[in-house]
Design a protein around this ligand. Sequence first.
Ligand code: NAD
Length: 498
Amino acid sequence: MTQFQAPSQKKLKDISLYINGEFVKSNSQETFENINPFTNEPINHIAAGDAADIDAAVAAAKRAFHGEWGKMKLDERLDYVYKIGDLIEEHSEEIAVLESYDTGLPISQTRKMIARSAKNFRFYAEMVKSHLYGEAYQVDDEFINYSVRKPVGVAGLITPWNAPFMLETWKIAPALATGNTVVLKPAEWSPLSANRIAEVINEAGLPDGVFNVVHGYGETAGAALVRHPDVPLISFTGETTTGSEIMKNGADALKQFSMELGGKSPIIIFDDADVERALDACTWGVFSFNGERCTANSRVYLHEDIADDFIKKLKERVDRIRVGDPMDPNTQVGPLVHRNHYDNVKGYLELAEQEGCEVYSGHVPAEHSRGNFVPPTLLLNADQHMRVVQEEIFGPVIAVMTFKDEDEVIEKANDVRYGLAGYVWTKDMQRGHRVAQAIDAGMLWVNSQNVRDLRTPFGGSKHSGIGREGGFYAFEFYTETQIIHVAMKDHYIPQLGK
Ligand code: NAD
């Protein structure tokens, strides 16, 4: 691991697009400012790509797909994928620092995320080598039919600003390992680590055009990528409304979409639960990553017999959570990514009061007044019909509610438009399975925090997503299945007009 000096409030070099193996300015020469969420001072300027840059990147990716990358032997291709993982590991401290500097995520948490990002590449290299194969269908002695899985072409990847490096690599690794080429459009509020992945891939020596990054706004660069006729795949992670807009814009070109969208996930704590562990999981699940976490347990349902005690303990945790400089290894909650998002989350706290909640917040040290800090917050006395219970706030905020019995809590847990994740805490394992299976969500954890195994499917139901990422599920999206029918003898063919 190389040693890296933290930027400590200094400006960083400006960032270019990465197209066809070169770092270039945008065609329009336009840039946008990148802001540090801890100080609200500028970090650097980012090249603002638009449709012309997307055209150039897609053309380069298409050439690479039909050229060197497409013709490359499997082992050679996978060696590149392993190499990317190795280089991420080698530069992991530097990447973690950039990520925290850019997003405000605590450094202790970005360090872990970057380590997992390196694993994404190794995992998919191994998956493709050992598990990407077709099937054969013997039809009597007449036919042998077999399927092959082929890369699709240019994959358009559009990513959000929360956990940006992790989420980018989660898409890039399977896209490249299966043999596609990539145009990445990262979020405009977190461009630093997306640029670093371009540098890493450049260092790994992938052929020109295999991987491209076009920074820019969603409505210009993102929309141009979605509309582009030479991009058959769009993998998107972001807000539900953006996902819906993207699907409309790509409909004419009949794109394939993978949609990882918003969430408002419940954590249900029964009266027989291990209260201390449930408290750890509940607190971590909503306040880690500054609450900017798609699978955050942002609604807690407490059995009424344990509610008072649990709320008292939650308040004590909120009082003690260390809010501060994201670069400080002791910090547990940092500033939100951008002033606009901070205003949005603060707006929800005001709304919560108007809707009748008691808003109970932790503390932000006075010296951090320049940053986008929202302290860990409980919305007590929340009720199912409130907007703060129905809508995704995406900050360190949890709505606290109570329940009497199993049927009631299942109904309440399902009474939102989202269905990404859910968490159930009980020592009665029959009930644990029963309740988990009754929750309309893509991913459930029983007596567990959000622990992920890369082999398992990741994704949501209802308005939280379409399709699944992870494990074999990525093959469904990043490869096209082709079936070849071969006659082994002269079978009957109708002789029209003979
Ligand atoms: P967002 O939807 O605002 O932006 C995501 C990306 O889409 C950005 O790169 C943006 O520039 C781009 N974009 C915006 N408009 C576009 C358009 N018209 N065409 C093409 N691209 C466009 O989301 P965000 O605020 O960056 O991220 C937070 C959201 O992401 C939350 O809702 C969160 O729950 C969700 N999320 C979901 C998952 C998951 O796996 N389900 C994971 C992380 C985040």
